[in-house]
Design a protein around this ligand. Structure first.
Ligand SMILES: Cc1cc2nc3c(=O)[nH]c(=O)nc-3n(C[C@H](O)[C@H](O)[C@H](O)COP(=O)(O)OP(=O)(O)OC[C@H]3O[C@@H](n4cnc5c(N)ncnc54)[C@H](O)[C@@H]3O)c2cc1C
Ligand code: FES
Length: 362
């Protein structure tokens, strides 16, 4: 029995020595600053500690987009690392095309700063700053979807199809986390932002946003995103949205109605039932301002005994059944990933140039 206790004691002692050795090695072998971080040849900062590039950028007030809190799942935090060039991690491979990887693109949340670093971010991100927005109204417009109207500073401008990031309180982090929300409102209207937020039960951001009330103040950054409407009336427009993916498409419809009302705009919106078709009045008003186009609403789960006379089934099926390009076309798709996956072969089949197809999946 004594031998057993001695062996156990020796084993535990060795384990503790091993753990202490690892901790000491990590403390002394981990690269420590100072490191020089150069951003766009325009800003140079000295960093004392090794940390992720994303954390360093936020600490410097460079608000790169991020919707997953640095977990490597949203793929939004892309930056170009000019030097030193390092291979990306397996987590990053899912979010970066071979061409992006060859150009040095990385996910900032996956890059550890352990030496001097030279990076490039889009200029608009370098200019983005955190601003305040006040809740004007917050109204449920469909089951689980709230229409959030915010009052924002008049000098905040954006392009149709862009998104903002809202700072969400996080019980585990004093700084909070950011979540991305597409702007649904008319870019020509200054001082107001309209968003639609779908409730994700158990989520950090969406339940908090659903609970905001008029007068509440939120912090946001942006705008972000590369979507740009081609105003040339000779270029057709196909918009396909599913559920809350309607948000950026509504902004594009506003911009098309204002800038190129003669453009042939084909708009498809898919929802489960008639109750899930939100902003119908606004969409009908936009349809009237775009007479060369056509608006189609498809319901996948509408009860068979309802008076619904429109297409039944998934929205990609409605596109497949009725849409043909008649000339060059720009395509914007926004909705759940299966909707976008189902639409790609349909567009390929119709000979649509992949370079003119823009997607956002959420
Ligand atoms: C560019 C961009 C634009 C976006 N625009 C909008 C928008 O206009 N409106 C909008 O509502 N959302 C939008 N999103 C999604 C939004 O940023 C959040 O991801 C979403 O609101 C969930 O955040 P959360 O904090 O509530 O959940 P989290 O705390 O991030 O997630 C909680 C749990 O739910 C899971 N989960 C996360 N999202 C979903 C989901 N959609 N369905 C099911 N499970 C999920 C997660 O895996 C996790 O397990 C956009 C995302 C991106 C990248
Ligand atoms: S923050 Fe989401 S992948 Fe980096």
């Amino acid at each position: 029995m004594t031998t057993l206790f001695v062996s156990l004691f020796v084993f535990l002692l060795l384990m503790e020595l091993l753990v202490a050795g690892i901790l000491l090695a990590r403390r002394f072998l981990r690269p420590r600053g100072p490191f020089r971080l150069t951003i766009n040849d325009a800003r140079e900062v000295i960093l004392d500690e090794s940390d992720t590039l994303m954390n360093h950028l936020y600490a410097q007030g460079v608000f790169i987009p991020s919707s997953c809190g640095g977990r490597g799942t949203c793929g939004l935090c892309k930056v170009r690392v000019l030097s030193p060039r390092q291979p990306c991690t397996p987590v990053e491979e899912d979010h970066l095309s071979p061409a992006q990887r060859a150009a040095g693109d990385r996910l900032a949340c996956q890059v550890k700063v352990q030496s001097d670093l030279v990076i490039r971010v889009p200029d608009e991100i370098l200019d983005a700053r955190e601003r305040e927005a006040t809740v004007v109204s917050n109204t449920l417009v469909a089951p689980g979807i709230t229409h959030l109207v915010l009052s924002v500073p008049d000098d905040f401008t954006f392009h149709a199809g862009q998104y903002v990031q809202l700072r969400i309180p996080d019980p585990e982090g004093a700084e909070g986390v950011f979540r991305a929300y597409s702007i649904a409102s008319d870019p020509a209207v200054r001082g107001t932002l309209e968003l639609a937020v779908k409730l994700v039960p158990g989520g950090l951001g969406s339940p908090w946003l659903h609970a905001r009330r008029p007068g509440d103040v939120l912090a946001f950054t942006g705008p972000y995103g590369e979507w740009r409407l081609d105003p040339d009336p000779a270029v057709g427009l196909l918009l396909v949205g599913g559920g809350v993916g309607l948000t950026p498409l509504r902004a594009i419809l506003h911009e098309a109605a204002a800038r190129c009302p003669d453009k042939p705009v084909r708009f498809y919106f898919g929802a489960r039932t008639g109750d899930d078709l939100f902003w119908r009045d606004t969409l009908d008003a936009l349809a009237a301002r775009l007479p060369a186009g056509g608006f189609t609403f498809a319901l996948s789960n509408e009860p068979t005994n309802s008076p619904w006379t429109g297409p039944r089934g998934f929205v990609h099926e409605a596109v497949d059944a009725a849409w043909e390009p008649d000339g060059p076309v720009q395509v914007f798709l926004c909705g759940p990933p299966p909707m976008i996956d189902a639409l790609r072969p349909i567009l390929d089949d119709r000979g649509v140039d992949p370079a003119s197809v823009f997607t956002d999946a959420f």
